[in-house]
Design a protein around this ligand. Structure first.
Ligand SMILES: [Zn+2]
Length: 77
């Protein structure tokens, strides 16, 4: 699996972050951002973004059940 990095700071992205990018920017999003950079762009605290991600996943959004990249021990915690 390929690795995807934040389009701003270059931090490696997890599946939850990628799913959230797709959800918020639309599926045609070409650039993904980490929670920190996404939060700055949207003027939204990263804890809030994380809560949104958990909410979407719990509501069965398919974007959040996909695996986009290989993760090691990272989850929604
Ligand atoms: Zn970033």
């Amino acid at each position: 699996m390929k690795r995807i990095g934040c389009g701003d700071c270059g931090a490696p992205l997890g599946n939850m972050e990628i799913a959230l990018n797709l959800k918020l920017q639309g599926r045609a999003a070409g650039t993904f951002f980490c929670l920190q950079c996404l939060g700055q762009q949207l003027d939204c605290p990263r804890e809030e973004l994380k809560r949104m991600a958990v909410f979407f996943r719990e509501n069965g959004c398919e974007l959040f059940s996909r695996r986009y990249v290989e993760e090691q021990g990272r989850d929604y915690a």
